[in-house]
Design a protein around this ligand. Structure first.
Ligand SMILES: NC(=O)c1ccc[n+]([C@@H]2O[C@H](COP(=O)([O-])OP(=O)(O)OC[C@H]3O[C@@H](n4cnc5c(N)ncnc54)[C@H](OP(=O)(O)O)[C@@H]3O)[C@@H](O)[C@H]2O)c1
Length: 302
């Protein structure tokens, strides 16, 4: 049966905004986020300002809206912020997910949880769906707990792990691609690490995968990321080529030089093996994703 009512958590965020834009008109949609609604232009949907740390508020919105599917994109996503404040990271990412998982069981909803390649330690990437996770940061541990809670609680669920999200949205905070393109266009030097690999993912492509996962009966974990495995430095060079920017402004460095609070998995990134067969949505390559990003970026800033 096709889903008719969808609840999107984190509808103000980069991914949530893309999911919302696609869902409105196809489903009866409720968006929830911590702050007031930033994207009413998407049309006919209901917005509720809900902090997912508040169990009663989560239960209330779930019982009142009775969604067939919850697309749970909300999270505390600032990796260093999570390291500095692990209690809040745990409360939002682990406990908030537990509240939604419990509510899904009570109301009979399917849960699609967004997760991350930061559940892995980065020793042996790229990772497949059945590789054993071992998180090395507060963010990674809180998201791994969210995965475990979902798997242990929900009768009908999919976990969608993604990696280094990028995309254009007038509402979203800066991501690696918008930051790099913006700095280089302004003629500024930027430091980019050579020793972290990932599978950069276009938010629009991920939104298609997430909505499709809401529709199918497939259970378990799915890697929903871009189709390549590149260092940040190589990704930066692809952006330079596509936007015809000055690559001489990029200074290659190693992660340790950044002295960030949270350790990063070095050889992270994933192989997306199951998603195409489960949903029919193909993960885009980096070059395909960046080309699509460029089209939306140019359309928005002619
Ligand atoms: N960004 C990446 O590179 C990346 C990589 C791997 C996995 N992921 C995962 O992908 C998902 C989407 O990421 P994103 O980049 O789209 O995130 P984002 O832009 O940072 O948006 C996160 C959303 O979560 C909401 N939120 C945060 N705390 C909340 C709370 N206590 N109660 C209710 N809502 C809350 C925020 O609401 P307000 O805006 O209203 O405050 C925001 O709308 C996340 O689950 C993330 O862990 C992201």
């Amino acid at each position: 049966m096709a889903a008719r009512t969808v609840l999107i958590t984190g509808s103000n965020g980069l991914l949530g905004d893309k999911v919302l834009a696609r869902a409105v008109g196809r489903y009866r949609v409720t968006g929830i986020s911590a702050a007031p609604c930033v994207n009413p232009e998407h049309g006919d949907f209901t917005f509720r300002q809900v902090d997912i740390r508040d169990r009663d508020a989560v239960m209330r919105v779930m019982h009142e809206t009775r969604p067939d599917v919850v697309l749970h994109t909300a999270a505390m996503t600032n990796v260093d912020g999570c390291e500095r404040d692990p209690e809040t990271a745990w409360a939002v990412n682990a406990m908030g997910t537990m509240h939604l998982a419990d509510a899904c069981v009570q109301t009979g909803a399917r849960m699609v949880l967004l997760s991350t390649d930061y559940v892995f330690d980065g020793e042996h990437g790229p990772y497949r769906e059945d590789d054993r996770p071992r998180a090395i940061s507060a963010y990674g541990r809180s998201k791994l707990a969210a995965e475990q809670t979902t798997a242990a609680t929900c009768e009908d669920y999919a976990i969608a792990r993604t990696s280094v999200l990028y995309g254009w949205s007038p509402h979203a905070r800066t991501n690696f691609v918008t930051w790099l393109a913006g700095e280089l266009r302004a003629g500024k030097e930027v430091k980019v690490v050579t020793d972290q690999t990932s599978s950069a993912t276009l938010a629009d492509n991920l939104a298609d995968m997430v909505l499709a996962l809401g529709e199918v009966d497939a259970q378990g974990t799915f890697h929903t990321c871009g189709g390549d495995w590149l260092s940040r430095y190589e990704l930066a060079l692809r952006i330079v080529r596509l936007f015809q920017l000055d690559g001489g402004l990029i200074i290659p460095i190693e992660t340790a030089e950044l002295r960030q609070p949270a350790p990063r998995p070095k050889h992270s990134g994933m192989v997306a093996e199951r998603i195409l067969e489960a949903t029919g949505v193909r993960p885009l390559s980096t070059d395909e994703g960046l080309a699509a990003f460029k089209r939306s970026w140019k359309a928005a800033r002619p």
